[in-house]
Design a protein around this ligand. Structure first.
Ligand code: 4NP
Length: 154
């Protein structure tokens, strides 16, 4: 089982989008039973809240299945439970490390570090642009899958 935790600041925009986009790709590849895929926040701001309506709207229009959910915050125990802990921007990475401690097993990465042009994924909570964020997350998820294939994880 490959356990993947996507992480952003609030867990209502980027990381749930990544969770559902990645699940969709994995399911379409017939690999659904090989993965456990979840998402979490680094902040307490939105704990218990469902996905942001802008993120929902974007997933709906892109035909990505999603379900009602409640935002949760990453815990220090998650570091042992997951194989990959994937943040969306540098600030997420700093905050994740503050919560889980030193990345001794090299599990923490940034989603677009898997792409040919590593960069942050903009927070649509501030930019209002869910299309750019969707495209960046899709690119990151596809590159992450390529990485897993190259490393023979799948
Ligand atoms: P996300 O966006 O990190 O992509 O889920 C945010 C959502 C809410 C807040 C910040 C970022 N907030 O401060 O409430």
């Amino acid at each position: 089982m490959i356990r993947v935790l996507f992480v952003c600041l609030g867990n209502i925009c980027r990381s749930p989008m990544a969770e559902f986009i990645f699940k969709d790709i994995i399911n379409k590849k017939g690999l659904g039973d090989k993965f456990e895929i979840k998402s979490a926040a680094t902040s307490y701001e939105e704990i218990g809240n469902d996905i942001h309506y802008g993120a929902k709207d974007k997933l709906l229009h892109k035909n990505i299945p999603f379900s009602k959910r409640k935002a949760t915050r990453i815990t220090s125990e998650d570091y042992n439970s997951y194989n990959f802990i994937i943040g969306m921007d540098d600030s997420n990475i700093r905050n994740i490390k503050r919560i889980v401690g030193e990345d001794v097993d090299n599990k923490i990465s940034k989603l677009l570090d898997y792409s040919d042009s590593p960069r942050d994924i903009a927070d649509p909570w501030y930019t209002g642009n869910f299309e750019i964020t969707y495209n960046d997350i899709l690119e990151g998820c596809n590159c992450f899958i390529k990485y897993l294939e190259e490393k023979k994880y799948i």
